[in-house]
Write a new protein. Structure first.
Length: 479
């Protein structure tokens, strides 16, 4: 049912995500007149706060996390906020919460930014208080389980109260402008699609490198590790967008139908196709940083880096490896996708001494939003000693191409889509489950092989085995 919600209920309203992302995003939407004037935002969490205390809390978060140029008059936004204290595990508190939410005119959107262990009791509580009807949407933040079985439990618990067309699972990478731009690049241009297959693409690389370490998320991260924290969700979504068939429309069903086909076509990864690592003390951009075990305060077998050689077993991608790598404490923060084309079938310049390099498309997702296509060009000259060819970049910097356009953070887009009811950029149950299935198989392989992470120095590109993983196929990671 299509409606623009006039109530937004935020669980985990005093948490880290609320402070860093949700409140600043809602503020920015409000400042740009994108929220319905009657939208009320009700925060809930365990902390004992009243409405005005929560507004002060929100103001402090905005002052801390909003970039200076986006700060402005806050009073109007803060007036939208209300707060209800709740122990999400205790059924008796939900009646008061329902009273605080009141009766929406059009509908209610609920955002669960809490530990997954609270999802089930929360949904029971919402049901008991009549907060799950036809005009209620449910939005869930990751982690959605720790494997396929626990993800199914969460999905079942949510499905007991909400049909799939009212469940919004967040993968914040889908809210990034540059990730959506991948769809524009592929499907709004004619020239790429005929080449976008095994006949013309030699391999694909997807890198998500971060310079940060544990960031104080000790318990969560040590239980998750890089494969569950980054690959299961963000990286597989990027892979699906790169590899999917053209959907017939840009809508939730068509786009997600195509993505899930790719996720289901992922081949089981062999033992020698993954490398895991854990960082040790080192330096990043001249700054000394401690090792993972030191940050954690104990030894651990959790991987902070993973590299995988993946395969999509279908006609389009037969024989094209997808090299994925992600890690904490890498030398720089970069998310990028590299499409490595094959060599031309025959070089007419070979007899003139020229060497050729195959074309490469590099799609920078963050921090730089660049699209670079490397082309071969002739080095100017009279060529008496032979023709010389050199790779030159055709470079598009998105911020220059669209100067003046507001760059919005992922949650602005996703919160607005939630309130307005567009599921296109949210992950469907079958996608999450296909993602887990693939990741679970890798993790059981690690267990069977007794694999433990190799160490790497903070500020490096991971263990040398990760370099070897690509090198043995004659591939060099793009840096
Ligand atoms: C989160 C992970 O999902 O994504 C974090 O839990 C990671 O560990 C973050 O740092 C990266 O997001 P972004 O938008 O900074 O690339």
């Amino acid at each position: 049912m299509s409606f623009t919600a006039d109530r937004l209920l935020l669980f985990g309203a005093t948490g880290d995500l609320a402070q860093r992302m949700l409140l600043p995003s809602l503020f920015a939407l409000d400042a740009d007149g994108l929220l319905a004037p009657d939208l009320k935002i009700i925060g809930t969490a365990r902390s004992e706060l009243g409405d005005s205390e929560y507004r002060n809390f929100a103001r402090a978060a905005l002052e801390k996390y909003l970039p200076a140029e986006r700060r402005g008059q806050m009073a109007g936004f803060l007036n939208r906020l209300a707060y209800q204290t709740l122990d999400a595990t205790a059924l008796e508190g939900y009646a008061a919460l329902a009273a605080k939410v009141g009766t929406p005119e059009r509908g209610l959107a609920i955002f669960l930014s809490t530990a997954p262990s609270l999802f089930e009791p929360t949904i029971k509580g919402l049901q008991s208080a009549g907060l799950t009807g036809d005009t209620v949407r449910m939005c869930l933040e990751k982690p959605l389980g720790t494997n396929l079985a626990t993800s199914r439990e969460i999905n079942d618990a949510v499905a007991a109260a909400f049909p799939e067309n009212r469940i919004f699972r967040i993968d914040h990478y889908l809210g990034k402008e540059t990730v959506q731009n991948l769809l524009a690049l592929r499907f709004a241009n004619l020239m790429f699609e005929p080449l976008w297959n095994a006949a013309h693409i030699e391999h694909v690389q997807i890198t998500v490198a971060e310079t940060v370490g544990l960031e104080g998320r000790v318990a969560f991260y040590d239980d998750a590790g890089a494969i569950r924290d980054m690959v299961q969700n963000h990286m597989l979504q990027l892979l699906a967008l790169v590899a999917m068939e053209p959907p017939a429309h840009f809508d939730a069903t068509a786009v997600r139908d195509e993505k899930v086909k790719v996720l289901r076509a992922l081949r089981r990864v062999a033992s020698n196709e993954t490398v895991t690592g854990q960082y040790r003390a080192g330096a990043i951009q001249g700054q000394a940083v401690p090792g993972y075990d030191e940050e954690l305060g104990k030894p651990s077998d959790t991987e902070t880096f993973v590299a995988i050689k993946g395969h999509v077993d279908n006609w389009r991608w037969k024989g094209v490896p997808f090299y994925l790598r992600t890690g904490k404490r890498m030398p720089k923060r970069v998310t990028e996708i590299v499409i490595q084309f094959r060599c031309v079938p025959h070089s007419i310049f070979a007899g003139k001494g020229a060497t050729m390099q195959p074309n490469r498309l590099v799609i920078g997702i963050q921090p730089e939003e660049n699209i670079t296509l490397s082309l071969m060009a002739k080095v100017p000259g009279l060529d008496r000693e032979g023709i010389r060819l050199r790779q030159v970049p055709l470079n598009i910097a998105m911020p220059d191409a669209f100067s003046g356009a507001v760059r919005r953070i992922a949650y602005e887009r996703l919160l607005l889509d939630l309130v307005e009811g567009d599921q296109t950029l949210f992950v469907r149950r079958d996608e999450v489950e296909a993602q887990w299935e693939w990741v679970d198989a890798i993790r059981s392989q690690w267990d069977a092989d007794g694999l433990t992470p190799k160490t790497y120095t903070a500020g490096s590109w991971g263990p040398s085995a990760a370099i070897a993983l690509a090198e043995r196929d004659g591939v060099t990671w793009h840096e």
